[in-house]
Ligand binder design. Structure first.
Ligand code: NAP
Length: 516
């Protein structure tokens, strides 16, 4: 298993295996589990000073990190190849260029997004009172991230969390510890010491972060772990954002631009070696174009170059799961269009297309998280939509058609957090858009202003300059107060007695102030 936790002569460490070769290429030290609480405490102390800094100063530090990040682009790309087997083109676009956009967007938007909202208070009902809702940092964010986008996923939480005034304790995946060390090195040069802590280890270290007194948890990973994290957070009343799995569907209509659909679907299914929460894992193609679509797709997928276009799986266990899904589908009557083998090197599995699949097969129901694309034809669009929605996941879905209005209408009817017409999955890289979906996808929101939801605590502040020792609703409760209230309700009520209501309200109001 890549990134195995080991106990060596100098202590615990993670053994980092290159999934392209299965060879150990590095070791990363792991601190004792008991020290996680200290790390959270250090982050909290650094965070107290950080949140007191003016937003402009926090932006300056994050902007410096942005620059350091851009400068480190080639190092990040090289490390991602070794740690996750990521092809360079993919690493540049998804982990460097996309994160440049992320930094830029948050830096340009954060002033507006954190602005206090004035309370619009009626001077008659609430004389001489002013108020606002201000957004305070929640404190220490516990971040638990997966290995498959080991830069972009943590940065999507870290950048807004820091700008909002939080500290972060980050538990990266045991399969991508070196990327986390590299990001930490960049942060050390730009941020106050201790503000972002990296806790290396396996799942127990993630659990320890939740238990160690963080104020909110951001988790991205599998449904199984997400459920355990959610329960643990619930016991502690911790706000918890969950970004979990996907089993994305693409629906290809009869009028689709075939060349574009084939290129786009091949990319969305096989980028990241299929190890993408938003990979197309089910494809429904209209019967009238099914044979030509399959022929074009086969030709395209067979041209994908191992390791240059499509990387390996991350672990032998993941490879075994993919092989099981393929074997079960073939035994159940699916047709192998192309691929199917696992010739290596390392844990590489060929990009594989299977046709004539049935909805009951495991590869149509469970997340494969590998380079598999099962395809089924349809005659009836309603049936395709029903099958596309027949999954507990709801991350993204796409419709491929030349009729853009129809595509959008169908897309909006699908149960998915992100819908695209004639494209798929790339929107995870858009900091402006929301990412996430309901059901077993977890319900969290990454990117956009809505990502701040669990990173800030809204607080209402009201300052009262009224000097009298009375308020309309304070003691004593008397007849004038009742008359005033009844009158106000008659005025507001649909079909209410307006004139008597107005008279009652005015006389109650005058009498009330005289009484007080
Ligand atoms: P995972 O096995 O669930 O691990 C995710 C993180 O949780 C890792 O850091 C892991 O540590 C940690 N962890 C494991 N057990 C834990 C526990 N009991 N308490 C707290 N933390 C624990 O997921 P993965 O294999 O890394 O990632 C693949 C999954 O992530 C897929 O299902 C994919 O769909 C999903 N994903 C979703 C999104 C999205 O935006 N919706 C994005 C990317 C990936 P170790 O790795 O050290 O065990």
């Amino acid at each position: 298993m890549a990134g195995l936790l080991c106990d060596g002569p100098t202590g615990l460490y993670l053994s980092c295996l290159d999934p392209r070769t299965a060879a150990e290429v590095a070791q990363v030290p792991v601190q004792a589990l008991e020290l996680v609480g200290d790390r959270v405490q250090q982050a909290r102390e650094a965070g107290l000073a950080w949140r007191e800094r003016p937003l402009a100063a926090r932006k300056q530090a994050v902007a410096a990190l942005h620059q350091a990040f851009l400068e480190a682009g080639p190092r990040i790309v090289a490390l991602l190849a070794e740690e996750c087997g990521r092809p360079a083109g993919e690493a540049w676009t998804s982990e460097v260029v996309a994160n440049h956009d992320l930094f830029q967007w948050w830096l340009s938007q954060i002033d507006d997004l954190l602005i206090s909202l004035p309370l619009d208070l009626s001077p008659i009902n609430y004389p001489r009172k002013t108020g606002r809702v201000q957004l305070d940092a929640v404190g220490v964010i516990g971040l638990i991230s997966p290995w498959n986008l080991p830069v972009a996923i943590p940065l999507r939480a870290i950048v807004p969390a820091l700008l909002a005034g939080n500290a972060v304790v980050w538990k990266p995946s045991e399969h991508s510890p070196r990327t986390a060390e590299l990001l930490l090195e960049l942060m050390r040069g730009c941020l106050p010491e201790g503000l972002v802590q990296v806790v290396q280890g396996d799942g127990r270290w993630g659990q320890a972060v939740i238990d160690a007194g963080v104020d909110a948890v951001f988790f991205t990973g599998s449904v199984r772990t997400g459920r355990a994290v959610n329960l643990r957070c619930a016991e502690r009343f911790l706000p918890c954002s969950l970004e979990l799995g996907g089993k994305d569907a693409a629906i290809v209509l009869a009028d689709a631009d075939l060349d574009r659909a084939v290129e786009g679907i091949a990319w969305a299914a096989f980028a990241f070696g299929g190890q993408n929460c938003a990979a197309i894992e089910r494809c429904f193609v209209h019967a009238s174009i099914y044979p030509s679509f399959l022929a074009k797709l086969k030709a395209r997928v067979e041209r994908l170059r191992p390791l240059r276009d499509v990387g390996p799986l991350i672990t032998p266990a993941q490879l075994a799961l993919v092989q099981e899904h393929v074997a079960e589908a073939l035994a159940g009557g699916a047709t192998l269009v192309c691929g199917g083998g696992a010739p290596g090197p390392g844990w590489f599995h060929e990009p594989t297309v299977l046709a004539d699949v049935s909805p009951t097969m495991r590869l149509m129901r469970e997340e494969s998280f590998g380079p598999l694309l099962p395809i089924r034809s349809f005659d009836d669009l309603d049936e395709a939509i029903r099958l596309a929605d027949e999954t507990p996941y709801a991350l993204t879905a796409s419709v491929w058609t030349r009729d853009l209005d129809l595509g959008e209408t169908i897309g909006l009817g699908l149960r998915a957090g992100v819908v695209t017409v004639n494209n798929h999955a790339f929107t995870g890289a858009l900091p402006q858009g929301t990412w996430g979906g309901p059901g077993e996808t977890g319900g969290g929101v990454t990117n956009s202003r809505f990502a701040l939801y669990h990173m800030v605590r809204p607080r209402t502040v009201v300052v009262d300059a009224l000097s009298q020792p009375h308020e309309m609703w304070w003691f004593p409760y008397n007849e004038a107060l009742e008359r005033l209230s009844r009158g106000l309700i008659e005025l507001q009520r649909e079909g209410g007695a307006k004139l008597p209501g107005l008279r009652g309200a005015l006389s109650g109001f005058t009498a009330r102030w005289k009484d007080l």
